[in-house]
Structure formats: C-alpha cells, structure tokens
Design a protein around this ligand. Sequence first.
Ligand SMILES: Nc1ncnc2c1ncn2[C@@H]1O[C@H](COP(=O)(O)OP(=O)(O)OP(=O)(O)O)[C@@H](O)[C@H]1O
Length: 279
Amino acid sequence: MAHFAYPEFNTKANKMISNDFLVIENLVKAYALPDGEKLVVLDGINLNVRSDEYISIIGHSGCGKSTLLKIVGGLEKATSGLVTLEGKEIRKPGAERMMVFQHYSLLPWLTVEENVRLAVDEVYKKASSKEKKQIVSEHLAMVNLTKAARQYPDEISGGMKQRVGIARALAIRPKMLLMDEPFGALDALTRGKLQRQVLEICEHSRLAVMMITHDVDEAILMSDRIILMKNGPNANIGEILEVPFAHPRDPHELRESKEYYDLRNHALDFLDRYFTQDE
Ligand SMILES: Nc1ncnc2c1ncn2[C@@H]1O[C@H](COP(=O)(O)OP(=O)(O)OP(=O)(O)O)[C@@H](O)[C@H]1O
C-alpha cells in the first residue's frame, strides 16, 4: 500500500472538526402530483452537521425523513434552498456520501466480497488489484464477515447482508454515511449487535452519520443529536435534542441513568403530541 493514499481510521481526537461540514439552508421539497397539485413535503429545513457527528432523524411516517436523506445523498433535488458539503453544493450522488438502506440492495449473483469489491473498483480506479483486495478484506473484517467472504447473499442471514452493505459503504471511505432505517429489518438480538458494531466503527472513524430511525432507544444509543421532525405535509424540524452521554457508550449503563429516561420520555412525548394532533 506504499503509494496508495488510503487513509487509516483516525480517532476523533486526531482530526479537524468542522462545524459547517453539511449545511442545509431553507430547504423546501415539493413533489408534483398527478392531479397537477403540489405536495410540499419539507418546508424550510435548516441544519448544520459537524464532520464527526452522528445525527438521528425521527418523525412520524410520511414527514419526509427519506426525502431529506435522499436530497443529502444527491438522489433527489431540492425545490429551493441550499444543501452544501464542505462548501460545495450537493447536486448528485458522490462517493463521499454513501447510502445504506433498510433492504440490503446486494447483487445476488456476486459473493459477499465481490459485492464490496464492485464498489471499491468503481471508486479506487487507480489502485492496484492487490490494494483493492486488501481494502475489501479489511472492511469485511471490520464487520466480522471474513469467513462469509465467498458466500452469496441468499446463503447468509439478514444481519449479515446488512453488514455487507455497511462494509461496502465504509470501504469507499466516505466522509458521510447516510442510513435509512439500517437496523429496521433485523431481529432484536442481531440489531443490538450490529448497532454496537456500527457505533464502535463510528467512534473510531472520521465520519459524519445521518440515520433515520423509528426507535428512540436506538437514536439515544447511537447519536450525538436527535432531530425530531414535525408531521408532514409542510414538515420541518420541531426540536433538536443533544445526547449528552460520553463515548464509548454501553447500552446497559445508559439505561441505568435518569438522564437517559428523561431524554427518552421527552422524545416520546414529542412524538405523541404530533401523533395526537394528526388524529
Ligand atoms: N417521488 C415522489 N412523488 C410524490 N410524492 C412522494 C415521492 N416520494 C415521496 N413522496 C411523498 O412525500 C412524503 C414524504 O415521504 P418520505 O418517504 O420522505 O417520508 P418518511 O418520513 O421517510 O416516511 P416513512 O417513515 O413512512 O418511511 C409522503 O407523503 C410521500 O408519499
């Protein structure tokens, strides 16, 4: 790897942290409906995300969480407003922003390592075959999938598939990970294990994360801030909660603190309030 500029995982303490890494300003997103009307989904979103920050987005179904994530991912365009990453306007998808979806999106005719390799080939065009192989194997090891490298997606469990998706996203060395309910389809035990694995990777990496979840406990465990969205249409941010717990976090320890329950109840009350308004 001598001539290949592939950064090591650095601790957060070693890095420059920028407060205006991702900047969302007055973001409005409207969809044209078949009857000629307009559906304004997001109406005036303002948010700054630091370059090492883990952000969760919570809100009732249809409030525009996925739409917001897709705009940051460059898969959807804003109707008005501005979204910038390190000062550059986001107009299309890019390798510095990798997406992970709830339903794994692996190619079934490729093995686990080939699925990751495909993405590495696409981005590291100048790297040698040996270097690319090393990147793939490092990232499979990171999510404990070394032994499953030669298996096909239909030969592995849902949790393993999701780990392949995460390894594939991380192997590209993105600056930002965008995850749409990444643990939503997993059983409770697998979800807990994978949450801790992702948390550990994020605690040691120079990475910003934006994650959609419906699970308040998951949001508190993983995030530095929780974005609580008001209901749509014309949704915007209702509240932003700071999660005050130091890293590394242990879910059992968290659940012993009063602060944890105060935060949890606050988020649940917010969601209840909006659910009731809608009824
Ligand atoms: N391409 C589209 N064309 C028209 N309307 C759309 C389109 N995509 C999303 N919508 C509408 O925008 C609104 C927000 O959708 P979005 O998927 O962003 O919500 P969400 O908060 O992620 O919901 P959920 O929690 O159920 O996944 C919904 O009313 C949805 O029907």
